[in-house]
Design a protein around this ligand. Structure first.
Ligand code: SF4
Length: 444
């Protein structure tokens, strides 16, 4: 058995928190700590928490409690850590609490409570770091924080204003991931289209080539790496139009995840979202003209304070008109500390839920028709995992270019002997069911 000090690690929350976890894990491994996914055989435990909505806060507090019960030495980091008093009130015995993206602070607390080993074997850490996602896809975090102040959101108060990573660092990380066998890179941030705004689009270098810290140049360079590149959390600024030709050329995936949140100008204003719905409709139309293949995903909120029947109807009309491919929707739920909590005319819970159901009914019809339209087409899919059907045959679970991992649909590929996770395979879509597809060989 190894004598290296052992750190238990729990990672909760969104891909952005996952990316923080990967950095901490990489640093721990670089310094010679061993990582464990158990509390009881570790020397201390780090819990990376989420604090976005009330249920996430509870899940995080429960995880901290469990780690304290089973281990006793616990360091808390992440979004809930920004609310130190909430953590310490529930769990006064934690060793330390830090906010999100606090790698150095977390490491200082680890060193204080569990001194680092003398011989760290730093060279044993793979260049691409330690990743939590399956080895064939990886999240690439390009910035931290956000300059917007949407009234329903507390992320800027937890993560601060936008801080973009230098473009050279981002590209080096992407290149290391590809060299390590990654087939798909998912670009994430709080606001991907704002990348570089804080640095005034500072010039950096990648392999000696000058590049601006800007979403378009980043997308172009990522597109040269020869893997799938998917953009998430793209706020619909006018300059987003410039990445659509890269999608049409096949340099990056024809997929845009654009959180629109509502369509009524009054509600968008109350949410403090600058974009207008007419502009959004015109923009989506233009994107489809440039790249007819594009998949547009978005998220919305029903029952935001002050939302009237007319506002909600505007939202449904927008859905009918925009014909978005993928949509997520939440009934508005108050987040502790958000400005929207003080707005008048809070919508009763049953109305929020009824509107959410109505919204989903309309969108399900649109999404189902979009998915069904793929039957008969030939698609390239990326295999995520293998499973078996009732008769013991191997079935591959894969995704088309239109499907992001964990949030969109999947493709079931029958008789998948010889296929491995991470493979790209050409298939013919045979059938559709809800958001998912069934496929067979391209000549079948
Ligand atoms: S854009 Fe708005 S919702 Fe998104 S992180 Fe920034 S403040 Fe929050």
């Amino acid at each position: 058995m190894s004598d290296s000090p052992k750190v238990g690690f729990v990672s909760l929350g969104c891909p952005k928190a996952g990316s923080d976890s990967e950095r901490i894990l990489t640093q721990l491994r670089a310094e010679g700590y061993e990582i464990s996914n158990r509390y009881d055989n570790s020397d201390l435990v780090v819990v990376n928490t989420c604090g976005f909505i009330d249920s996430a806060v509870q899940e995080s507090l429960d995880a901290i409690g469990e780690a304290l019960d089973q281990n006793g030495k616990v360091i808390v980091t992440g979004c809930l850590g920004a609310k130190k008093d909430v953590v310490e009130e529930a769990h006064p015995n934690v060793l330390a609490v830090t906010g999100p993206h606090a790698l150095e602070e977390v490491m200082t607390h680890v060193h204080t409570n569990l001194p680092k080993p003398h011989d760290p074997f730093a060279d044993l850490v793979p260049k691409q770091g330690v990743r939590l996602t399956p080895s064939h896809y990886a999240y690439l975090k390009i910035s931290e924080g956000c300059n917007h102040r949407c009234s329903f959101c507390i992320i800027p108060s937890m993560r601060g204003d936008l801080v973009s990573r230098p473009i050279g660092d981002v590209m080096n990380e992407a290149e290391n991931l590809v060299n390590a066998g990654v087939s798909e890179i998912l670009v994430i941030s709080q606001d991907t289209s704002a990348y570089g705004v804080d640095t005034k689009f500072r010039k950096g270098f990648w392999n000696g080539r000058p590049m601006r810290t800007h979403m378009t140049e980043l997308s172009q360079a990522l597109g040269e790496l020869g893997v799938w590149v998917r953009l998430h959390y793209v706020y619909p600024y006018p300059h987003v139009d410039d990445v659509i030709p890269l999608m049409a050329e096949g340099a990056i995936l024809p997929y845009l995840d654009v959180p629109l949140q509502h369509a009524s100008p009054r509600i968008l204003k109350a949410m403090k979202r600058p974009a207008s719905s007419e502009n959004n409709l015109a923009r989506i139309k233009k994107w489809r003209e440039i790249c007819p293949e594009i998949t547009v995903r978005s998220t919305f909120i029903t029952g935001f304070p002050g939302e009237t029947e007319d506002d909600f109807k505007m939202l449904l009309d927008f859905l009918e008109e925009a014909q978005l491919d993928r949509v997520g929707c939440f009934a508005y739920s108050a987040v502790d500390g958000a400005k929207a909590n003080d707005l008048e005319d809070q919508v009763p819970e049953e109305v929020k839920q009824a509107r959410l159901s109505q919204f989903m009914e309309v969108q399900e019809r649109i999404s189902a028709a979009k998915v069904a339209a793929k039957v008969g087409s030939i698609q390239t899919v990326l295999v995520d995992e293998l499973t078996e059907d009732d008769t013991g045959n191997t079935v591959a679970i894969a995704r088309t270019k239109a499907d992001a991992p964990e949030i969109d649909g999947v493709v079931y590929l029958q008789d998948a002997d010889g296929i491995q996770p991470g493979d790209f395979v050409d298939v013919k879509i045979m059938d559709a069911s809800g958001h998912d597809l069934v496929a067979g060989p391209p000549n079948g």
